[in-house]
Write a protein that binds this ligand. Structure first.
Ligand code: 13P
Length: 254
């Protein structure tokens, strides 16, 4: 299967931005701008914006995602959210293992694995984030890091389940820094991730896998990145907070 047959998915990751009122305003502005999109459009928003996001996107081509979920169905886990509750409220996607969660909130490949399995079981589509730190890239350890993150994060996940997972390659040095990976660096890493999937699940599963790039992707650089053979979309931070900029990234996904 070549790229043309895979879904292209442009997802915004709002991170800890936008109050419910601001979310409503942004979605209202975004809806007409992306109504004719040639790709799948997803907005991953703070828990407190999910209700308004689901309501405001009903009947549109915009799908809603959360930014995290817990792996248990309920219990004494103060501050956590169960994946089936997200599903119940109309959420379809869930970002898992973002580097900010790995850096600041003790997320590990093991917890990424638990959250991914729980999200799948609840019927959510996980967007699993992987990517190397700047010092790891400089030490030529990018492949090693991706090997480890993919082995741990995808432990016990079946070939059938892979069809519901999106992988986001997000080099940590490119996130929020304005320092985008070059088209070639992004493509090389996404192709490497695809080769890891091929080795574990076979070529057909790898060929069908949707692999996004994320890290300072914006209206100016999206077309070049999205034209790469192994880049099947983007996970957009800062540029997803401005309707017009996010719409231009969506429009670049032809
Ligand atoms: P920026 O687009 O702000 O660099 O963030 C990327 C990201 O972390 C998306 O998950």
């Amino acid at each position: 299967m070549n790229k043309a047959k895979r879904d292209v998915v442009i997802a915004g990751n709002w991170k800890m931005n936008k109050s419910p009122a601001e979310a409503k305003e942004l979605i209202t502005a975004l809806k007409p701008l992306v109504a004719d999109a040639d790709c799948k459009v997803v907005i991953c928003v703070p828990y407190t914006d999910l209700f308004v996001a689901v309501e405001e996107t009903k009947g549109t081509n915009i799908k809603v995602g959360a930014e995290n979920c817990h792996w248990e169905k309920s219990g004494a886990f103060t501050g956590e959210i169960a994946p089936q509750w997200l599903k119940e409220m109309g959420v379809e996607y869930c970002v898992i293992g973002h580097s900010e969660r790995r850096q600041y909130f003790g997320e590990t490949d093991k917890t990424v694995n638990l959250r991914t399995k729980a999200a799948l079981e609840a019927g959510l589509k996980p967007i699993v984030c992987v990517g190397e730190l700047k010092e790891e890239r400089l030490a030529d350890k990018t492949h090693e890091v991706l090997d480890t993150q993919m082995a741990g994060g995808f432990d016990g996940i079946t070939a059938e389940q892979m069809a519901d997972i999106i992988i986001a390659y997000e080099p940590v040095w490119a996130i929020g820094t304005g320092l985008t990976a070059t088209d070639e660096q992004a493509n090389e890493a996404c192709a490497y991730i695809r080769s890891i999937i091929a080795a574990k699940y076979g070529q057909a599963v790898a060929d069908a896998a949707v692999i996004q790039y994320g890290g300072s992707m914006n209206d100016a650089n999206a077309a070049g990145l999205l034209a790469q053979t192994d880049v099947d979309g983007g996970l957009i931070g800062g540029a997803s907070l401005v309707a017009d900029k996010f719409a231009k990234v969506v429009a670049a996904a032809k």
